[in-house]
Design a protein around this ligand. Structure first.
Ligand code: DGL
Length: 270
């Protein structure tokens, strides 16, 4: 580390393009930090795969990012955070590992008098019960009601962010959790922050939407500061993106997720 700070990049990874919601939040919250992003676009989606497969893929990605000499790892994919966090931690050694489920759970329990906490995510994330376990570790008395929303990922990738089909799907998925009088709703999947306006409509103004991308960026800022790992800001922050499929689709859809143009996408040939 130089006297001007630690200018090694942060490694952020996801099953595909969705983790760019976390990158976007990091760029806004920590504009001086460089980022190396990995999206496994050739093998997405993970949310419907077996735990053994997700663990295997996760290990490969982490090894790749560690070779890029990152100073922190952020598991942007809720599905990987739900079932493969131990693999990440075991390989990371001294490198701090932050994940979206930890960030989302912390934000959920911080909502005052929220009543029941609603959680939505991919089938793997919801079936793993990872959010409920983390929320209960922080607040044993919390009530959690969860709902898998498998159709949201393809709808978001299609760009149907405010389409009648998406609205109807959301009404159907949210009906059981809304019946529990939830006070907050954790958007437990990388893609769901793009549906915020629609979900706010469907869930109603009284339900606080918890965006795990934003809360992960907040937590990253605090951890970097506390560990003395924050960048010094002498150089403009550099961003690199690695994907496993041809970059074109990632680039096109990614700009919607990132809210800005996306340069420097490289294809990884394992
Ligand atoms: N990135 C995944 C998540 O956050 C969604 C896409 C997938 O199923 O791979 O759970």
């Amino acid at each position: 580390m130089s006297a001007s700070g630690d200018n090694r990049p942060i490694g952020v990874f996801d099953s595909g393009v969705g983790g760019l919601t976390v990158v976007r939040a990091l760029m806004e919250r920590l504009p001086l930090e460089g980022i190396v992003y990995f999206g496994d676009t050739a093998r997405v989606p993970y949310g419907v795969k077996s735990v053994a497969t997700i663990e295997h893929f996760t290990g490969q990605i982490v090894d790749f990012l560690l070779r890029q000499e990152v100073k922190m790892l952020i598991v942007a994919c809720n599905t990987m955070a739900a079932v493969a966090l131990k693999i990440v931690a075991a390989r990371a050694g001294d490198i701090p590992v932050l994940d979206v489920i930890e960030a989302g759970a912390r934000a959920a329990v911080a909502v005052p008098g929220s009543g029941c906490i609603g959680v939505i995510g991919t089938p793997i994330t919801i079936n793993s019960n990872a959010y409920a376990r983390r929320i209960h570790a922080l607040d044993p008395g919390a009530r959690v009601c969860s709902q898998a929303c498998p159709l949201f990922v393809p709808l978001v990738e299609e760009g149907w962010l405010d389409h009648p089909v998406t609205r109807l799907t959301a009404q159907e998925y949210l009906r059981p959790v809304l019946a529990e009088n939830i006070g907050s709703l954790v958007l437990g999947c990388t893609h769901y922050p793009l549906l915020k306006p629609l979900l706010r409509d469907v869930a109603g103004e009284k339900v606080k939407l918890i965006d795990s991308a934003e809360t992960a960026a907040e937590l990253a800022a605090a951890w970097l500061r506390e560990a003395g790992l924050a960048a010094g800001g002498q150089e403009p922050a550099a961003y690199r993106y690695f994907v496993t499929d041809v970059p074109l689709r990632f680039q096109t859809i990614g700009e919607r997720f990132l809210g800005r143009s996306l340069g420097g996408v490289e294809r990884v040939d394992w």
